[in-house]
Design a protein around this ligand. Structure first.
Ligand code: TYD
Ligand code: MG
Length: 461
């Protein structure tokens, strides 16, 4: 018999190697590569016998509309694309202690009255789950708890009990008897996920799987499961702050980039229906270096405060720190400000922070960051009731962005009086509609600077 070749797999991203390395060249993590059993060779002797592939005309395939359950948490329903799809496998990833178990237990509270839910925990005993459920006020007759970590016995139990929904907390504690490696290893996580995927599809039961994100490589993270499951949700947030953001990274049944916003209170997670108010709460008297931007997450406009602190540097290579904003994008904006508007940041440290733990990934945040930097450098206060958005190009030009009407309306709704937007985006606004906010269009960064200084020439409406 030919000797099977050992493979080495990165527990963080799943990249395979023929020999051990200290650092994964694919994802850059250190000490995450470990020995693993090789996958069966496709077409080789170990592969399953061939079955005949059947093709069906697309018009002959039918489905019923009633395939989505409402989870009772509208923020979660939104992220799932309008509810939980029957037979789908949903991965909930996040740092340990961020609130994944809490969220799932709260779903049980909402759905347990209507559906039979099986909650399998490999981390806590039934009594511990019950204790937490009591604290969260979850007590439904339809909720069944089990403490276990054997993949096969869970599958057997599910097939026998036939629940409507299954929750598995967490995949890193589950082991399959057929695999010798320890719980949380790449092979265990991958094979157990595959088995649960098969279970979800064959029994048409939606399954939630919790997966911990880990940074030190001790256990395999959610990255290596992403390609298997239907929906990937990440629960993010700073543990020190109470806000939590649930973000869809992949969704076979809805749009991604949709977010749900929660607040962690003493009695569990509360939905935040009005994130703009939350993000802007606690704004003090106007100071320099603060600008308000309207960003769009999924389909939802959210106002956020961008803060920039510009201080004299004592270092030969001044500091640039960005929290919630792309570091390279900050460098680009600083370069554009220097080259196109003549404001020099060479001898100063720059700190940019997006208040409230939000991450601004879209280019529409550029203008707010640029204005906050200008305001911080020149100690010019941006007026209190002024909101901005727009992409900044390398030529110092302010470029059009999407969702202009939604952004403007969100600003007006929260009592903003003026709004600086890209001049090119004017065409997206209807002439007849009154937005209840003064709209100022700018073509360049310099025009935007003049607008915040109250130059009436830039006014358009
Ligand atoms: P948990 O859901 O156990 O996190 P995960 O499953 O993602 O590891 O959340 C644990 C944290 O949440 C813990 O630090 C305490 C906090 N928490 C509250 O603040 N209020 C609550 O009502 C609950 C249940 C937890
Ligand atoms: Mg947990």
């Amino acid at each position: 018999m030919a000797k099977t070749k050992t493979v080495f797999v990165c527990s963080e991203c799943g990249q395979e190697y023929s020999k051990w390395n200290g650092r994964c060249t694919a994802c850059g993590s250190w000490n995450t590569i470990e020995e693993a059993e090789p996958a069966p060779v496709i077409g080789g002797k170990s592969a399953a016998p061939l079955g005949e592939l059947k093709f069906s005309p697309i018009n002959d395939i039918s489905y019923d509309d009633e395939t989505r359950y409402s989870t009772g948490i509208s923020e979660l329903d939104r992220v799932l694309g309008g509810g939980l799809v029957k037979g789908s496998l949903v991965l909930i990833g996040g740092d340990p202690g961020i609130g994944k178990s809490t969220l799932l237990l709260q779903i049980c509270g909402h759905m347990g009255g209507q559906y039979n839910i099986l909650y399998v925990s490999g981390e806590e005993s039934e009594r511990q789950i019950k204790l937490r459920a009591d604290r969260l006020g979850v007590s439904n007759s339809g909720l069944m708890l089990a403490s276990g970590n054997n993949c096969e016995s869970i599958i057997q139990g599910v097939k026998k009990a036939k629940p409507d929904i299954v929750i598995i907390d967490s995949i890193q504690t589950i082991t399959s008897s057929g695999i010798s490696s320890s719980a949380g290893s790449v092979v265990q996580v991958r094979e157990c996920t595959n088995a649960f995927m098969h279970l979800a599809k064959s029994e048409e039961i939606p399954i939630f799987i919790v997966s911990h994100v880990n940074k030190d490589g001790g256990i395999a993270g959610p990255k290596i499961m992403e390609h298997i499951v239907d929906t990937v949700l990440y629960f993010e947030g700073d543990k020190q702050l109470s806000y939590r953001i649930l973000r869809a990274i992949k969704n076979r049944f809805g749009s991604t980039n949709e977010i749900g916003v929660f607040r962690m209170d003493d009695d569990g997670l509360q939905e935040v229906a009005n994130p703009s108010e939350m993000m802007l709460s606690g704004r003090s008297a106007p100071v320099s270096g603060s600008a308000v931007v309207c960003t769009v997450e999924g389909t939802r406009p959210i106002l956020a405060e961008v803060q920039a602190l510009v201080t004299k540097s004592t270092l030969s290579a001044p500091r640039r720190v960005a929290t919630g904003f792309d570091y390279n994008r900050l460098y680009m904006l600083l370069a554009v400000l220097e080259k196109r508007t003549g404001f020099f940041f060479g001898g100063v440290d720059v700190y940019v922070n997006i208040v409230g733990g939000l991450r601004l990934d879209e280019p529409a945040a550029d203008l707010a960051v640029a204005l906050a930097l200008y305001s911080g450098l020149c100690d010019k206060i941006i007026p209190d009731k002024l909101m901005v958005f727009g992409e900044v190009g390398l030529g110092g030009e302010v470029r059009a962005v999407s969702h202009v009407r939604e952004r403007v309306k969100e600003g007006a709704r929260l009592g903003f009086e003026r709004c600086i937007i890209p001049k090119q985006s004017f065409s997206s606004l209807s002439k007849s509609e009154s937005y209840g906010i003064q709209i100022i269009g700018v073509r360049t960064l310099e025009q935007a600077f003049r607008a915040i200084n109250g130059d009436k020439k830039e006014n358009n409406t």
